[in-house]
Design a protein around this ligand. Structure first.
Ligand code: MV4
Length: 456
């Protein structure tokens, strides 16, 4: 079989580890593209290293010296002759400078342009850009708020409660709520100080605080030439400390008309920007209204739920677009069908969420119709303590949400991971909750539930 197509990459270097490295490797294999794994000294026995065609050690265990080490990754590209890099998620996936450096060396970055990464990385510029492109944004300041007096003026005009956010923010750091005027000074000063400490940049802006929204995000793809499609939404409201634990598609909160409307708005904006590759437009959804908060310019952890309801391979699509191919689907070719749920299996105590690295003695993964497991662990694998605790994703698909929930319960009961603690028991408990069964949850639901059901 000859997999060669005009312009298609011959060898892709995967600048990541764990389940996402494996996910990218699988897409490359199916496209007839050779793969290069890179790894730290802590990951010599990792599955992505074992399965790749070639591998290169890029440094010691700390990510700053290996998976974030741009010169070492560049050297690995040169040594192996890779013609493209897939960054996965996290690490260098939203580093505009990395994308630029690769381009300067004639290596393709499988992702959007450095300019689009940069625009969306600055939350004020992202907000302004979204508004200009016709996306509904949260009411708030026009740009940065440089003084407390200015903050007071805007908050008075808009009404309380308000939220002070860091321009360089993300992950909830440098974010402070002010319920009324009396709380504004402290919120403003604290947000600036936290932003300075976390990002070395104390610039902040103000938004109206939405009390009990859902987090709903739209998956888009652009060809970089003014065409874009959307692949429906994901509901990622179930989270703890800004870490998603459960994602589903479609959102239990939306009807078909709302889905088409928000999807079209997101895709049209991506088209107008000339956006290339996969992107996610994040919204807070409350009282029937969508409010843009951020855009992620990378593949996301939860992309499999979208793959399950569309039947499309998002990583293959990313690779094709980065090689200069047009979008392989028009909007009318994309059919959203059935329901998918992903739960994140972390090596953590299911009640305290304390990390639980160490040796995995036994792994038995669930299977059968509608069950997918994206994971890079195996019996005898030692989970290193240096990286995040995600060790697998269980994704279940059903014709509707009810079938999906029954299948999730069945699959969780089959799943065996011995030797380390995992979040599997958390999901068994969640499935017993009427609010979860009914899809009635917002971004605060999980933390409130955990608060009411403290450790043992
Ligand atoms: C908000 C908000 C309420 N109102 N913005 C949290 C991190 C960043 N991605 C945006 N975040 C929020 N922005 C306004 N105007 C509440 C949050 C928020 C949140 C958002 C999505 C998912 C989980 C969250 C948990 C707490 C707060």
């Amino acid at each position: 079989m000859n997999g060669a197509r005009a312009g298609m990459f011959e060898k892709v270097l995967i600048a990541n580890r764990g389940e996402i490295a494996l996910r990218v490797l699988r897409a490359c294999r199916e496209m007839g593209i050779a793969t290069v794994a890179v790894h730290s000294t802590a990951d010599e026995a990792a599955m992505h290293v074992r399965l790749a065609d070639e591998s290169v050690c890029i440094g010691p265990p700390p990510a700053a010296e290996s998976y974030l080490n741009i010169p070492a990754i560049l050297a690995a590209c040169e040594i192996t002759g890779a013609d493209a890099v897939h960054p996965g998620y996290g690490f260098l996936s939203e580093n505009a400078r990395f994308a630029e450096i690769l381009a300067e060396h004639g290596i393709a970055f499988i992702g959007p342009s450095p300019e689009h990464i940069r625009v969306m990385g600055d939350k004020i510029v992202a907000r302004r850009t979204a508004a200009e492109l016709g996306i509904p944004v949260v009411p708030g300041s026009d740009g940065a708020v440089a003084t407390l007096a200015e903050a007071e003026k805007i908050a008075d005009a808009m009404g309380y409660p308000v939220l002070i956010k860091a321009t360089a923010g993300g992950g909830g750091r440098g974010m402070k709520v002010a319920a009324d005027k009396a709380e504004l000074e402290n919120a403003y000063l604290t947000a600036r100080a936290e932003a300075q400490a976390a990002f070395g940049n104390d610039e902040v802006y103000i938004e109206k605080y939405l009390d009990r929204p859902r987090h709903i995000e739209v998956q888009i793809f652009g060809d970089g030439k003014g065409h874009a499609v959307h692949l429906g939404e994901r509901d990622c409201s179930l989270q703890r400390r800004h870490q998603k634990v459960w994602e589903e598609a479609p959102s239990p909160a939306l009807n078909a008309e709302q889905r088409v409307e928000i999807g079209a708005i997101a895709a049209e904006a991506a088209a107008k920007m000339g956006y290339a590759g996969a992107g996610t437009v994040e919204f807070l959804y409350e009282d029937g209204h969508f409010h843009f908060i951020e855009m992620n310019t990378r593949l996301q952890v939860e992309h499999p739920v979208t793959e399950q309801i569309t039947g499309l391979d998002l990583v293959q699509e990313q690779i094709a677009i980065a090689s200069g191919a047009p979008l392989r689907y028009r909007q009318e070719d994309i059919r959203l069908a059935g329901h998918a749920i992903e739960v994140r299996i972390n090596a953590e105590d299911p009640r305290t969420f304390a990390p639980s690295p160490g040796k995995v003695t036994t792994v038995h993964v669930p299977g059968g119709l509608g069950v997918r497991v994206d994971s890079a662990i195996y019996g005898g694998y030692v989970i290193p303590p240096y990286y995040d605790s995600l060790i697998g994703k269980l994704i279940v698909y059903g014709k509707d949400r009810i079938e999906c929930l029954m299948r999730l319960k069945r699959a969780l009961d089959e799943y065996v991971i011995d030797g380390v603690k995992t979040t599997i028991p958390l999901f068994r408990r969640l499935l017993e909750e009427p609010d979860i069964q009914d899809g009635l949850y917002d971004i605060h639901w999980l933390e409130e539930w955990l608060g009411q059901k403290p450790e043992t």
